[in-house]
Design a protein around this ligand. Structure first.
Ligand SMILES: C[S@@+](CC[C@H](N)C(=O)[O-])C[C@H]1O[C@@H](n2cnc3c(N)ncnc32)[C@H](O)[C@@H]1O
Length: 226
């Protein structure tokens, strides 16, 4: 079912939006060619991707497609395993766009794709918990914001905050919220990288907020527990 994710799309909405926002969508062929440069990471279930001007999610949907294909080939016989790894894949995708309609379309596209893949494999959901969890995570991870000012786009703009979702044994998930500004600039101020493959010291950011662990199927209800 890779075709659904890669459905060709229009590349521009209006001349005005091209002029104002540089809005020209990337074609599926280019998306795939670029993602193939980091193919291994696009298929690693928990590797995190941020698309900072995500439009309607052309890169994110292809990464989701690749991850779900990997999960399907490994875990399609076990609904529980598939679900747990699918939540890990869903929660690894982040986006920002300055236009609200793009953000809404991106969230819906990712959500609908996940739902269609799940129904293809298992026919039905046993409850609303997993769809609600997927919706909750996409709503949090795909941010209506300005990737240059690092603020949300609202009447009262606020600093963009991203949630880290960590899955543990037993299907429990820990959420920690980080300021995007801190993630980007504190590591720079400390002259330390955020990541290292070579074993050097890395910058360890402090979360703004931590939530008690919850089961992955109850992520959608986590704020009621705080
Ligand atoms: C060239 S399109 C790319 C969309 C998508 N990444 C793709 O490849 O199909 C640029 C996108 O950046 C968004 N954008 C422009 N300025 C932005 C800003 N300051 N912060 C976040 N998004 C912005 C536009 O709304 C548009 O969706």
């Amino acid at each position: 079912m890779r075709d659904l994710a890669s459905t060709p799309i229009i590349q521009t909405v209006s001349k005005q939006r091209v002029a104002d926002y540089g809005e020209v969508y990337t074609s599926p062929r280019e998306v795939n060619a670029m993602l193939d440069l980091v193919k291994q990471e696009t298929e690693r279930i928990e590797s995190r991707f941020l698309e900072p001007a995500c439009g309607n999610g052309n890169f994110l949907i292809e990464v989701l497609s690749r991850k779900l294909s990997r999960i399907s080939s490994r875990y399609r016989k076990s609904r529980l395993e598939y679900e747990r790894y699918a939540v890990s894949a869903i929660s690894s995708l982040y986006g920002i766009d300055i236009l609200e309609d793009n953000v809404l379309e991106c969230r819906n596209r990712l959500y609908n794709y996940f739902i269609s893949q799940y129904i293809d494999h298992f026919g039905f959901f046993t409850s609303d918990d997993l769809p609600n969890t997927a919706k909750y995570i996409f709503n949090r991870n795909i941010v209506w914001g300005d990737a240059l000012t690092l603020q949300t786009v609202e009447d009262n703009p606020k600093p963009i905050v991203f949630s880290e979702w960590s899955l543990f044994m037993g299907g429990m998930v820990k959420r920690r919220d980080f300021s995007f500004f801190e993630l980007l600039y504190q590591s720079e101020n400390n002259s330390m990288p955020l990541f290292s493959d070579t074993g050097e010291d890395v910058f360890i950011p402090e979360p703004e907020k931590e939530f008690p662990p919850v089961h992955y199927l109850k992520i959608w209800d986590m704020e009621s527990a705080v």
